[in-house]
Design a protein around this ligand. Sequence first.
Ligand code: SAH
Ligand code: DHB
Ligand code: MG
Length: 221
Amino acid sequence: MVERKAPQDAAWTAVDDYIVDRLIPNDPAFVRDANAAAGLPDIDVSPAQGKFLHLLARSVGARRILEIGTLGGYSTIWFARAVGEGGRVVSLEINPHHAAVAVSNLAAAGVGDQVSVLVGPAVETLARLDGVFDLVFIDADKPSNVAYLHEGLRLSRPGTVIVCDNVVREGDVLDTASDDPRVIGTRALFEAVAAEPRLSATAVQTVGTKKWDGFLIALVD
Ligand code: SAH
Ligand code: DHB
Ligand code: MG
């Protein structure tokens, strides 16, 4: 087994700061403070990742976005800004406190009208959802990733983009012997994507303020 678990490199954070300084003047940074004040964990996507997701959504002309895992709505705000006035983001969250903080943050960001935060276990909420989404962002409990992939596919059309967060986990994705349900769920996601003929996919490793991790990106053919 290769050596894993690189220590947090100060340069990764410094480069993320440089990116934000130059390219992301409109980072909704207040969300991180509001989340911290409300006791939410600091596990939202980084500003560079949030804007990447925003640009991806705009690049495919996404008007309807499904997000699984709202937290305080940080990534949700980036998506809401991408869909514009007539677009819609549906974001699923199991924790009512997280959802309430998100609704407050979304209003403060001026995008409350574009977003529905649906509270409950996402597997149950998804079973009640229909319609077609242009982009699906999976970022909740990792053991359910395969279920979320299949629901995302059900709610997709050819051209829908499915993105899943946290698929590298500081290299833990390689650990075939792991008993961590998050690792097992992530490896199962890779297998499920590989076995799905309707998907063309890759994963991109990332470093930065979120340490060493990555996104899986799949296009529905
Ligand atoms: N996408 C957010 C971060 C989400 S963190 C951002 O980048 O800003 C993961 C969230 O998923 C947490 O708020 C957690 O409460 C929620 N979650 C965990 N299990 C869930 C489930 N079964 N159904 C819905 N949400 C769930
Ligand atoms: C965790 C979850 C995430 O979605 C993330 O981006 C980082 C950490 C976690 O559960 O620890
Ligand atoms: Mg995540």
